[in-house]
Ligand binder design. Structure first.
Ligand code: GDP
Ligand code: MG
Length: 181
């Protein structure tokens, strides 16, 4: 890590959601600017940094890419939520079960973040796999948007594999997230 990175403000961002929704691929996309060819299942938590410049200020996002295994999670979970600046709740738009699974993750967040007002984001990943002819096995944007509204979250759809073209200030991977409102 360069001295430049260590000096700047760091924001801890927790990445949460069912296994297989693409948390590791998204984190990789945001931090390395590419879709990983092969990913290992995450054990416990992996850390990756992303440097950004916003309004001339250099900041660092420290992404906590977590895994759901019970035996790891129980002992780690309070560390996940300590001094966290944002939580990303990820589901897979082609897997309604991963959307239903969010309720438990939101509850975990609620229980472990008492007293903290944490910005929370709802992120439907794998939008590249959405099939307009098969709405039955997918999570619609309307449904996700009203869920986000009911829980006070900001909603995006994204693809770690084929992100939209970048809008921002030229950093690699900036197109990975799209605001859907
Ligand atoms: P995690 O368990 O939530 O960390 O999920 P991974 O990041 O390990 O991804 C699980 C699987 O989904 C892998 O086979 C990835 O290649 C695939 N995957 C992840 N994100 C995307 C995406 O945006 N689009 C597509 N098509 N596949 C994805
Ligand atoms: Mg993972």
């Amino acid at each position: 890590v360069s001295s430049l990175l260590t000096r700047c403000r760091t924001f801890k961002v927790l990445v949460i959601g069912d296994s297989g929704v693409g948390k590791t691929c998204l984190t990789h996309r945001l931090c390395a600017g590419e879709f990983p060819r092969r990913v290992e299942a995450t054990i416990g938590v992996d850390f990756r940094d992303r440097a950004l410049e916003i309004d001339g200020e250099k900041i660092k996002l420290q992404l906590w890419d977590t895994a759901g295994q019970e035996r790891f999670r129980k002992s780690m979970v309070q560390h996940y939520y300590r001094n966290v600046h944002a939580v990303l709740f990820i589901y897979d738009v082609t897997c309604p079960a991963s959307f239903s699974g969010l309720t438990a993750w939101i509850e975990e967040c609620r229980q472990n973040s008492l007293g903290q007002e944490i910005p929370r984001f709802l992120i439907g990943n794998k939008s590249d796999l959405r099939d307009p002819t098969r709405t039955d096995h997918q999570v619609g944007q309307d449904r996700a948007m009203s869920f986000a509204k009911a829980h006070g979250m900001i909603f995006f759809e994204t693809s770690a594999k084929n992100p939209l073209k970048k809008r921002g200030n030229g950093h690699r991977g900036d197109g990975a997230l799209r605001y859907q409102q």
